[in-house]
Write a protein that binds this ligand. Structure first.
Ligand code: FAD
Length: 426
């Protein structure tokens, strides 16, 4: 099998790149030249995984299958997991696809390329903390669904228990930890309001953060507002507290033991360990080191999104965010079209930080917007911030299914939510 452009990873960045290349090249040329590979068969925008975990977003309703996206956007798709890259022969190896019993469904395959784009995202960084197996993570849809199943079981068990108390600890008060806690509080509220009085139970959430404030990477005003909002929701926030070990029913911290029925680790990200075996230059977080044109150390291989380490300003790297993956997809589209047309693009990639938005539940958000005509930094909060946050998700949909279908989808979801409620108990 040969394709001019092979993109591995159909996430926030890789899928947008495949879709925009396919649409630009057109039906025949796009499907012939562009191949997207993902280890999953359907796509969910990763920033919504905390909603899948809390049960306020149904992964099966939200998920868009790659084959449909490929047909509509004129690229080709194949299911598979990257196993290796041969830089000399310019081919990649896809690991065998197994069924749920571990039997081989599809044997190992080789696919050759002229240009390869690695967009395989990142996973969790436990920083060597012992007991990682006791914590849930939100690396992929399956993780979020697994946590949701466990949460539902815990809800039922607690509702019929003597103590009527479910305790949950989240490690890391970055955007993922903060958004997850707000979403869980609202999910619990919606559930208990419908339960009989005898079955109502309390949900105690504790967020543990090593830094002196939550959302430490964002301006202080945002941290403060988010902390106030979480405290109003009765979330306990412990800052300057370092987790030393994770046990089955507790976190061991330098400030003492925190008992917890469920533990979620949302404290840091790291690219896959297997990246080290691809023969490309990587950094300590196993990200592929790329230059200003997103080129890795091997000819013809590019990397983008969370799996790429690209210098930004004052020695910092482009942050691992959906907006960075989106901007890199737009840039690589120009680069790859230039290569196809033999008119190479020499301009470097320039990341523009448009600010950050954090969701604090259904009707509330907080964040800052950078730029505008004056170049100033605007603080936004409340419903407006939440709408802006939602518009990022809609923008991603717009890039992969177009404006009209995005509007239809948004309307359908709104109506569905109105009829069925937010919380999924199935
Ligand atoms: C809960 C949560 C909330 C977040 N909120 C925000 C936010 O509000 N704003 C923001 O900017 N960012 C947010 N982020 C970060 C954002 O999701 C990531 O920065 C972004 O998704 C990175 O895009 P990507 O394309 O690099 O990787 P991903 O979107 O993670 O996509 C990677 C893709 O590669 C596939 N893949 C992985 N390994 C392989 C392999 N070996 N072979 C084949 N396929 C593979 C995966 O299945 C996946 O489809 C959030 C993240 C989480 C977890």
């Amino acid at each position: 099998m040969h394709y001019d452009i092979v993109i591995v990873g159909g996430g926030a960045g890789g899928l947008e790149l495949a879709a925009s290349l396919g649409r630009t090249l057109g039906r025949h040329s796009g499907q012939e030249k562009v191949l997207l590979i993902d280890r999953a068969s359907f796509h969910i925008w990763k920033p919504t995984l905390h909603e899948v975990a809390a049960g306020t977003l149904d992964a099966h309703q939200e998920g868009l299958s790659y084959t449909t996206l490929a047909r509509r956007n004129h690229f080709s798709f194949t299911l598979g997991e990257l196993g290796g890259v041969d830089h000399q022969k310019r081919h990649i190896t896809l690991a065998p696809v197994l069924d749920i019993q571990g039997q081989v469904l599809v044997p190992e395959r080789h696919i050759s390329y002229r240009w390869l784009v690695l967009a395989i995202g990142s996973g969790s960084n436990f920083f060597g903390t012992p007991g990682a197996e006791h914590a849930y993570v939100l690396e992929q849809t399956l993780d979020a669904e697994r946590f949701h199943q466990r949460l539902l079981t815990a809800f039922v068990r607690t509702a019929f228990s003597e103590g009527k108390l479910l305790s949950l600890a989240i490690v890391g008060a970055g955007a993922t930890g903060v958004e997850l806690s707000a979403e869980l509080i609202e999910a619990h509220q919606e559930l208990t309001e419908g339960l009989s009085k005898e079955q109502r139970f309390r949900l105690d959430i504790t967020i543990v953060e090593a830094a002196p404030r939550i959302l430490a990477g964002l301006p202080e005003k945002i941290s403060h507002q988010a902390q106030v909002a979480l405290q109003r929701k009765q979330v306990k926030v412990l800052t300057s507290t370092r987790v030393q070990a994770i046990e089955a029913d507790a976190l061991v911290t330098d400030q003492g033991r925190i008992p917890a029925d469920l533990i979620v680790w949302a404290a840091g990200i790291k690219a896959a360990d297997s990246n080290e075996r691809l023969g490309l230059t990587t950094n300590r977080s196993h990200q592929f080191v790329v230059d200003a044109q997103l080129r890795t150390s091997a000819e013809g291989i590019y990397a983008m999104g969370d799996c790429a380490a690209c210098e930004w300003e004052s020695g910092r790297l482009v942050p691992a965010r959906a907006q960075a993956a989106h901007q890199q997809a737009s840039y690589l589209k120009q680069v790859l079209l230039g290569l196809l047309k033999e008119r190479p693009v020499s301009a470097p990639f320039q990341y523009r930080d448009f600010g950050s938005l954090v969701s604090l539940g259904e009707n509330k958000g907080v964040g800052n917007l950078m730029g505008g005509l004056s170049g100033r930094n605007f603080f936004v909060e409340g419903l407006i911030a939440k709408w802006m946050y939602m518009s990022l998700h809609l923008n991603h949909h717009r890039a992969i299914i177009g404006t009209i279908d995005t509007m239809v989808l948004a309307l359908v979801r709104l109506l569905q939510r109105r009829v069925s409620g937010r919380l999924k108990l199935h």
